[in-house]
Design a protein around this ligand. Sequence first.
Ligand SMILES: [Zn+2]
Ligand SMILES: [Zn+2]
Length: 242
Amino acid sequence: MVIGNILNSIVNFVFPPQCYVCKKILESEDGLCFECLSKINFITKPRCSCCGIPFEFNIEGKNKKLLCPKCMLKYYRFDECISSVRYDDISKKIILPFKHGDRTNFAKFMAKIMYTSGKSIIEKSDIIIPVPIHFTRMLKRKYNQSSLLCKFIGKRSNKPVLYSLLIRKHATASQGHFSLTQRKQNILGAFTIKNPDKIKGKNILLIDDVFTTGATVNECSKILKQNGVNKIYVLTFARAVK
Ligand SMILES: [Zn+2]
Ligand SMILES: [Zn+2]
């Protein structure tokens, strides 16, 4: 323990904790400095009680369950989704280095935020599953960013994480510049399940870093439901809101 503390002090001296966004040196753990944290746009109520998209205006009747037009038409296959922050210029400065720049150390901080905003759906879940990436992308990137988030959320909530139950069988093209229809086409039939017995009748928490159009988590939810899952909850760090 003492040696651990000494080592920690040496590491902190040589590599002091920094703000992920403005690179200012921080006193305690790494994460965001106060100024950068205050610029993050957290998603709070009022929001859709199904897909979690924030509403721009306050609606009468605070305790009523509010649904967006898509959820009124039962567009999504999952039961409830919560995203912690808006995907915008500031959250991008955390997400992009985390996803594409080997900044895997951001995971703990992001998972902490997700744990706080997603507590209600984490508690209702039996098993945690990351949205998988294809193994060719895994070879290139060396890690699945959603699995890293699952690791911390699983530890904190004491829920089991099944890392290789849901498998991405197609190396789908990167969806960055795709339209909604193209994304749906691109992802169709991209996933398969190993050991479906492990999830029959269970409530699943599906974790991803960003919810863009919902096409990916929707396709994952479709196959999970086809394999006998009871409820599907989705938790993402960020959400694209147009
Ligand atoms: Zn900062
Ligand atoms: Zn909705």
